[in-house]
Write a protein of this length. Structure first.
Length: 152
């Protein structure tokens, strides 16, 4: 990913994130603008969970989801189709969105969280069997996420 001017500073200013690593997942060091990196390997392949934060809404919910859809070989979706693969989901005591994008060889499970002028992205991307087989652990991970909140 190309890091645009201001992205690193915005990530640095966004504060920290804590979480509990699901059993069988590997916690890798955060790097660059990534606030967290986790990896899982199983009999179906591998998948990586990345946690990123960007200022603003980065084009809006639909644009971001359609970017993810393209990454797993799915066509863009119109706004009226969002309920087919998203659901409201609380992350770090704030209203977010859970996304389930089942592609062919690859799939994405993700969380989007608008948070005090920024958007946090929790993207679990990899082999479809690995990603979808770890959906319960992905939701458990999101349930443990705590963002440093200096606004409350």
């Amino acid at each position: 990913m190309r890091i645009l001017p201001g992205m690193q500073a915005a990530a640095d200013e966004a504060g920290g994130v804590t979480y509990i690593v699901p059993e069988g997942w590997e916690d890798l060091p955060a790097s660059g603008i990534r606030k967290a990196n986790l990896k899982v390997s199983d009999e179906n392949g591998t998948a990586e969970l990345t946690v990123l934060v960007f200022p603003g809404d980065v084009g809006g919910r639909l644009a971001n989801i359609n970017r993810w859809r393209g990454q797993v070989g799915l066509d863009d979706a119109p706004p009226e189709d969002l309920p087919k693969f998203t659901e409201a989901y609380t992350i770090s005591q704030h209203p977010g969105l859970y996304v389930r994008l089942e592609g062919g060889a690859q799939s994405i499970l993700g969380g989007l969280l608008p948070f005090h002028g920024s958007t946090w992205f929790f993207k679990f991307l990899g082999s479809s069997g690995t990603v979808l087989g770890n959906e319960a652990k992905m939701k458990t991970f999101l349930d443990t996420v705590q963002l440093k909140d200096t606004h409350h």
